[in-house]
Ligand binder design. Structure first.
Ligand SMILES: NC(=O)c1ccc[n+]([C@@H]2O[C@H](COP(=O)([O-])OP(=O)(O)OC[C@H]3O[C@@H](n4cnc5c(N)ncnc54)[C@H](O)[C@@H]3O)[C@@H](O)[C@H]2O)c1
Length: 286
């Protein structure tokens, strides 16, 4: 199957990055948002990133224009009827995602592949609301999508071999390196990363070591670009809390149980970079 038109649901942090990456790779992309201001905000963010790339000499002004000409924003899900693949990158709520998959199943031709970028929700639960569960898979991009090389491809017990082959070819065409995993909570990266972040928070909470020494140990001792606490601030502490709670609910494994400190910080709206304060302080993002 030859993919020409890509649909993306949601133009937030991840959807915007997926839209940009697909358009940069030559695909026609249609992106859906829930309101005009959110769509305008998402497209403006792509415009800012591309303008920055022009400034840095990574692309030309014409190149930027060509990329943007391939992007088409919409508020009407019915316009996804000509997409060969649709990647859902909406809010991480199972009921929202199930509604989107059910709607897409009615609108898209039977051979359209439906993918989700979920971080931790069960993909089979989305697949079974459609009449084409063999055409549903996970394409889990990393943040920021245009920069990060990894793409996790997730197969449910109902995903077809042909769907996986198309997913692999599509991921490679975006310049991504692919790893494959089953529809297991957290897939590979988050399943391994979350206990690491939670243990760092527990270490801080117990007064075992200071914030800076924890992050310094990992940066300088293990050559990670960021320490785990700084990384948690970037991911968003609410997102970390949401992911670990979902993993704990599913696995009942105490290594995914949230430390009290994380819970309290989220309650206080200390969400990391996006709120101006997490383990570190930041200038508030607008
Ligand atoms: N942020 C990350 O680091 C990261 C990394 C990998 C995967 N993910 C996953 O990607 C998905 C999106 O996360 P995000 O960080 O971009 O969230 P976000 O809040 O930045 O963006 C989600 C967007 O989806 C839109 N949306 C919600 N319902 C919609 C609908 N019915 N139709 C169209 N648009 C709709 C919202 O208006 C919002 O703009 C989630 O499933 C998340 O778990 C996030």
């Amino acid at each position: 199957m030859d993919i020409k038109k890509v649909g993306v649901i949601g133009c937030g942090t991840m959807g915007g990055g997926i839209v940009q990456t697909c358009a940069q790779s030559g695909y026609e992309v249609r992106v859906l948002e829930v309101t005009e201001p959110l769509l305008a905000k998402g497209l403006a963010s792509i415009d800012r990133i591309l303008a920055n790339n022009v400034k840095k000499g990574k692309i030309t002004i014409q190149g930027k224009q060509d990329i943007q000409n391939r992007i088409n924003g919409t508020l009407d899900i019915n316009s996804f009827s000509d997409c060969d693949i649709v990647i859902e990158a909406a809010t991480e709520k199972l009921d929202v995602k199930k509604r989107i998959f059910a709607a897409l199943d009615k609108i898209c031709p039977p051979n359209t592949i439906l993918a989700t970028n979920t971080s931790c929700l069960s993909i089979i639960d989305m697949a079974i609301v459609t009449g084409r569960p063999d055409k549903v898979l996970g394409l889990h991009f990393m943040n920021p999508v245009p920069v990060m090389a990894l793409l996790e491809i997730i197969r449910t017990i109902l995903t077809g071999e042909e769907t996986l082959n198309v997913g692999r070819a599509f991921g490679l065409s975006l310049g991504k390196t692919i790893v494959e995993t089953k529809d297991e909570p957290g897939f590979i990266a988050n399943r391994l990363l979350m206990p690491f972040i939670l243990n760092s928070i527990r270490m801080l909470e117990n007064g075992f070591a200071s914030r800076d020494d924890i992050d310094k140990s990992i940066k300088l001792g293990l050559n990670h670009p960021l320490g785990p606490l700084a990384l948690a601030d970037i991911i968003g502490l609410d997102t970390v809390y949401f992911i670990v709670s979902a993993l704990y609910d599913e696995l009942k494994d105490p290594q995914y149980a949230s430390p009290t400190m994380l819970k309290k910080m989220v309650a206080a709206n200390w969400l990391g970079r996006k709120s101006g304060k997490g383990f570190y302080e930041y200038e508030k993002m607008v």
